[in-house]
Write a protein that binds this ligand. Structure first.
Ligand code: 5GP
Ligand code: ZN
Length: 114
């Protein structure tokens, strides 16, 4: 989708610090990091949110989680711990409507989230 900022990052029409790419996903540094490690892992296909995912998309989600696991190991936060978050809809604060997994770590993360 040409008006989607994350699709534009995937197609290199918008700059981003990309840290991982494969056939199904792209991962890049969040522009406003909320933790020492804050990476967004997104599917190459434009899926609006978790709420619009379909049966045929389910492998994508597992893939995003395994990419997050790999990146967490690479960043050295697998041992100390990390959080993966998918914000869905207005009350959860979703602001970009292309499904994305936040990978957060490198500091203590409070619970419950605000
Ligand atoms: P959400 O609030 O939808 O769960 O998360 C969207 C995330 O995307 C936010 O953490 C925000 O900082 C990040 N973001 C928004 N626009 C851009 C951008 O143009 N580039 C990058 N790298 N991150 C962005
Ligand atoms: Zn998109």
């Amino acid at each position: 989708m040409s008006d989607c900022i994350f699709c534009r990052i995937i197609h290199k029409q918008l700059p981003a610090q990309i840290v991982h790419e494969d056939d199904f996903s792209v991962a890049f540094e969040d522009i406003h990091p909320k933790a020492p490690v804050h990476v967004l892992v997104i599917p190459r296909v434009h899926i609006v949110s978790l709420d619009t995912m379909r049966e045929g998309d389910k492998q994508v989600l597992g893939h995003l989680l395994l990419v997050a696991q790999k990146l967490a190991r690479e960043r050295g936060i697998a041992e100390t711990g990390y959080r993966t978050v998918i914000n869905t809809g207005p009350q959860a604060g979703q602001s970009v409507f292309h499904l994305h997994l936040h990978l957060l770590g490198g500091r203590s993360l409070g619970w419950p989230p605000g």
